[in-house]
Design a protein around this ligand. Structure first.
Ligand code: DGJ
Length: 729
């Protein structure tokens, strides 16, 4: 049993193979958090609830009658606003009386096998064989509002998920002003916060800093995830490394305005909240209505950030990505964007396909520019009809020509967007998002469609359906190239405009759900001006996401490493492009640390480059399982070490290792030895290139000696890979 309830102590324990999580029902029904950390056998954890000294100014419930108990001081399981707790709160409900005092107390609970779906939201899933779920019912006696706290434990992974369902059980309408998915009160602030930030073409720079008193947060209020911050955060021991120390990772399965907030109170106790950003969020609940928050995934590891990441990777492949794609080999594709931008026709695409076929590439993706009057980025978004003149025939004919060459065919869409210069806009100007009376801002010359509206979604779905169903389409790239401003919907009444942002995300999920259900065989790849919507919500629909519009392999190192903190390597869209900064070999090695593909004009490759590409294609197949299903180790950090970047993959049975090094800049002194963690110390590994044999123990403790290799492989952008295979001695 992963979840146990001890009635005599009114204590809940949620155990995974690595962790214990515990909370209790205290006097007057307060849910008090006790512990989240390494697995412990104890059942009496109640002493952990008292944190800090008496505080004269903190309100106390006279019915509890204890000097040491105040909701302002106690670790609370799901903190609420206005009932004594002055810290940031997970839930705030404005009731019929107009105040926002919210005070939840325990009512009941149930423990079930499996994991319930979250209505309208992507979430991790289970077939009933692995997960266990605890649902705790709580109520606010005055408004009648109930909060059902959902905890699902994936024992074998060291993973727990949380969300909350808020139900208006009263007789008057209420408004949610904040409704976070998870609240976690920790006892000490001696931790670092790790997260990623960035911008267009420079996503996922990793930052790490000690927790400070006060509130620190990573958030989006862009309507989408955005490249600026990612809905991921880790709290780690201050001395935690990649492979050692405690790490708690939190990731939201959500693609809209998010918030990961940490408040460290005056006693040095951190509170972490994860959920929908309360800025610009209001949600009205009529009596009987309910609201479900998105899911927060919590990973606990004692094997440092690396252990945390590997848990996320395996867990997301097994329980989040579309099951028909998670473990299915993906096609090796070539994309037309950097090869041609808008300047293509059917013949050029067929010429690409012909060359690509000879190189061993398996799919051609026709990017932006195939529809309506789309010759540049000023027009036609929303007009999803095939430009047959440009393609030199119907889509079906073009796809057939490509299929005849032996390649499958993929197509680009940007379903959420509309250009003012489009037939759709001329017919429905009110379908573009705009708050009443405001002027619409443009970004990349486009507006965002009001995805809260079913008529809008129906129209886009039908347009997409009509095109996709007329040809043999095997892949869709779903792009999204601007964020939301002047937010508001023509259809929402004033008292529901605060629901706009979340309804937008629900609308996008609905459309994605309809498309993926209508065409279950199609591989969906997400994209948002590169990695601007790289999140777990999108991974639920698409097992891969284009990681960045920057295809420079040196820049890509920090972009892909940052994403790998939380997201599987097999989800990181990475292509070899014509970018001039490094040679083709390094581009290939970096793209292999992702989905791998090409984004260049194959006709322009020299014979020497073609040979290299053939070798890369062979490597893609040779290492596919190792790279997609193996364990990933970040050996150095491209954001901390300005010179060298090293990583390795280890197969699950530890019989195969692929080590890679890229020289970003000439180091003043090279550390030639690189210890390889995660190997089998008792195994013997043969270097495939040199034939040298080392024990796993030696490679783990003394390391690879790279002196010889580094004598020959040097210069900015140079790289090498070493393939080690376990053998009998
Ligand atoms: C932004 C994407 O990131 C690119 O890969 C490309 O698809 C363009 N949009 C097309 O407009």
């Amino acid at each position: 049993m992963a979840i146990t309830y001890l009635p005599e102590k009114q204590l809940f324990r949620l155990d995974t193979k690595t962790s214990t999580y515990a909370f209790t029902v205290y006097k007057e029904g307060y849910l008090v958090h006790l512990y989240y950390g390494a697995k412990v056998p104890d059942t009496d954890l109640s002493y952990l609830m008292f944190r800090g000294w008496f505080d004269e100014l903190s309100p106390r419930n006279p019915k509890v009658g204890e000097r040491f108990f105040s909701t302002d001081i106690a670790p609370l399981e799901y903190s609420t606003n206005g009932a004594g707790d002055m810290r940031i709160s997970a839930l705030s409900v404005r009731g019929g009386a107009g105040d926002s005092v919210t005070d939840l107390r325990y009512v009941s609970h149930k423990i079930t096998k499996g994991k319930p779906k979250l209505p309208g939201l992507p979430a991790t899933y289970d077939d009933g064989s692995q997960a266990e779920t605890l649902e705790v019912e709580t109520v606010d006696a005055v408004t009648g509002v109930k909060a059902y706290l959902l905890y699902t434990v994936f024992e074998d992974y060291g993973v727990m998920t949380r969300s909350a369902r808020i139900e208006n059980g009263g007789s008057a309408p209420v408004t949610l002003e904040r409704a976070y998915s998870a609240c976690l009160d920790l006892p000490t602030m001696d931790r670092d916060m790790v997260h990623v930030y960035g911008r267009w073409a420079k996503e996922n720079t990793t930052v790490r800093h000690p927790l400070q008193h006060g509130i620190q947060c990573v958030q989006s209020k862009r309507g989408m995830t955005g490249p600026n911050h990612n809905p991921f955060l880790a709290l780690v021991d201050q001395d935690a490394t990649e492979e050692r120390g405690e790490a708690i990772g939190v990731n939201l399965v959500y693609s809209g305005n998010f918030a990961l907030d940490v408040e460290v109170d005056t006693r040095g106790c951190p509170r972490l909240l994860a959920g929908i950003n309360p800025t610009d969020f209001r949600w009205k609940l009529e009596p009987g209505e309910s609201f479900t928050s998105p899911e927060a995934v919590l990973v606990y590891s004692q094997e440092g950030l690396g252990g945390m990441s590997r848990t996320f990777h395996h867990f997301y492949l097994d329980h989040l990505c579309p099951p028909q794609w998670a473990k299915k080999k993906r096609p090796l594709l070539i994309n037309s964007w950097e090869a041609a931008f808008f300047d293509f026709d059917g013949d050029k695409l067929v010429a690409f396909a012909k060359e690509a076929k000879e190189l061993g590439i398996e799919m051609l993706v026709m990017d932006d520019g195939w529809f309506g009057d789309r010759h540049d980025d000023f027009r036609a978004l929303g007009d999803w009809t095939v430009n047959e003149e440009k393609l030199g025939g119907t889509l079906s004919q073009l796809v057939q020509r490509v299929n005849d060459l032996g390649l499958s065919f993929g197509i680009w869409y940007e379903p959420e967007m509309i250009n003012p210069d489009s037939d759709l806009y001329r017919a429905h100007p009110d379908w573009a998002i705009c708050a009443p009376g405001r002027e619409k801002s443009l970004s990349r010359n486009q507006c965002v469609l009001d995805m809260t509206r079913k008529d809008v979604r129906d129209c886009i779905f039908q347009q997409m359906y009509d095109v996709i169903s007329q040809a043999n389409i095997a892949y869709i790239k779903w792009d999204c190239n601007r964020h939301i401003s002047e937010a508001g919907s023509a259809l929402l009444p004033p008292d529901r405009q605060g629901e706009f942002f979340h309804r937008y995300v629900l609308g996008v999920y609905d459309l994605m759900d309809r498309i993926t259900k209508a065409f279950p065989h199609i591989l969906l790849e997400n994209c948002s001006s590169g990695g601007g919507r790289f999140d777990a919500g999108m991974l639920y629909y698409s097992p891969q996401i284009w990681a960045s519009d920057c295809t420079d392999p040196i820049e890509r190192l920090s972009i892909q490493f940052g994403a790998s903190l939380c997201y599987p390597i097999s989800s990181l869209g990475a292509h070899v492009s014509a970018n001039p900064r490094t040679g083709l070999a390094t581009k290939g090695r970096v793209a292999l640390c992702g989905t791998f593909g090409y984004e260049l004009d194959p006709r322009k490759l020299t014979e020497e480059e073609r040979e290299l590409v053939r070798g890369q294609v062979a490597d893609y197949h040779k290492y596919y399982d190792l790279l997609h299903y193996g364990d990933f180790y970040r050996l150095t950090s491209p954001t901390e070490d300005p010179y060298l970047c090293r990583w390795q993959f280890v197969s699950p049975d530890k019989k195969e290792v692929l080590f890679t090094q890229v020289i970003m800049r000439q180091p003043p002194a090279v550390c030639q030895f690189q210890k390889l963690p995660g190997l089998d110390p008792d195994a013997w590994y043969r270097d495939e290139a040199t034939g040298a044999v080392y024990s796993g123990a030696l490679l783990m403790h003394a390391g690879l000696n790279l002196s010889a290799e580094n004598e020959f492989v040097y210069g900015d952008g140079a790289s090498l890979s070493i393939h080690l295979v376990a053998q009998d001695r």
